[in-house]
Design a protein around this ligand. Structure first.
Ligand SMILES: O=C(O)[C@H](O)[C@@H](O)[C@H](O)[C@H](O)COP(=O)(O)O
Length: 260
């Protein structure tokens, strides 16, 4: 697993623009070397800010949108089309304005879908979809995602894995139903840490003063049960994309030499 690297930007707008440019380049590179790309999206303001920045970037036309698989790190278990669903927000921010192959947009099930209100069944179905997309040489239950995006919560949660909650202790399953989430809505579906760690690159996004303690804790040696973000690492790269406010309580020894 990779050691976290930090990039600190002046503010959350610049962070979103820079992360958008970085993600576009990553997708174009993956498509050039492997023919297609796979990206795991996150819910939350920072993840949506990144998608909005891609939508507004002329470089978005460098991506072949028909050759990308989109997955989700977590979903709020609500009816199809609910404005609070992560997929609904991602569609509004970017997905409805680019020519994606609908078969390659792997939204997590909704609470009025084939599994009804059974979040465990929805999680199991998503786990099967991931396993089917994993090529045998991966020897893994999930595909080798090129980039997996995660917003970081003020309590250090990532996806729907909350400190001390059962989900963060899951070691077998790749996808779980989450009940009693401290962040509304209470029922969610989430990738687990082992699934997250099978990504080539994990990028964590945090902006604002209210994230400063979480960022400092996750990067200062806290365990993943207390600080789930600490356990979110990519196989070849773990990148924390921050603004100065979110980085403001990092120990000086961790603060990167250059920031913009
Ligand atoms: O469904 C969700 O709410 C998320 O996926 C969640 O993990 C989010 O990414 C963080 O809470 C950060 O959210 P912000 O970027 O809005 O702070």
């Amino acid at each position: 697993m990779s050691t976290p690297q930090l990039v600190v930007h002046r503010d959350k707008e610049l962070m979103a623009e820079a992360a958008a440019a970085r993600l576009i380049t990553k997708i174009v590179d993956a498509q050039a070397s492997r023919g297609s790309a796979s990206v795991v999206l996150t819910g939350g303001r920072n993840g949506n800010g990144l998608l909005t920045a891609i939508a507004g970037s002329p470089a978005r036309d460098a991506v072949d949108w028909s050759r990308i698989d989109l997955w989700w790190g977590d979903e709020r278990f609500l009816p199809e089309g609910d404005p609070e669903r992560n997929v609904t927000q991602a569609r509004e921010a970017l997905l409805d304005s680019v020519p994606l192959d609908p078969k390659r947009v792997h939204a997590m099930p909704a609470s009025d879908g084939p599994h009804g209100s059974d979040a465990e069944a929805a999680a199991a179905a998503y786990a099967r979809e991931l396993a089917e997309a994993s090529v045998p040489e991966n020897h893994a239950a999930v595909p080798s995602f090129d980039v997996l995006l995660l917003g970081v919560g003020p309590d250090t949660h990532v996806a729907s894995l909350f400190p001390e909650h059962p989900g963060v202790r899951e070691t077998d399953r790749t996808v779980i139903g989450v009940h009693g989430s401290p962040k509304p809505p209470p029922t969610r579906v989430s990738l687990t840490l082992p699934a997250i760690r099978s990504a080539r690159e994990v990028w964590l996004l945090a902006a604002g003063e209210d994230k400063a303690n979480a960022v400092a804790m996750a990067l200062s040696g806290a365990g993943e049960i207390q600080a789930p973000a600490a356990g979110a690492r990519g196989r070849s790269r773990t990148l924390w994309l921050l603004d100065t406010a979110a980085a403001s309580r990092l120990p000086r020894s961790l603060y990167p030499p250059a920031s913009a």
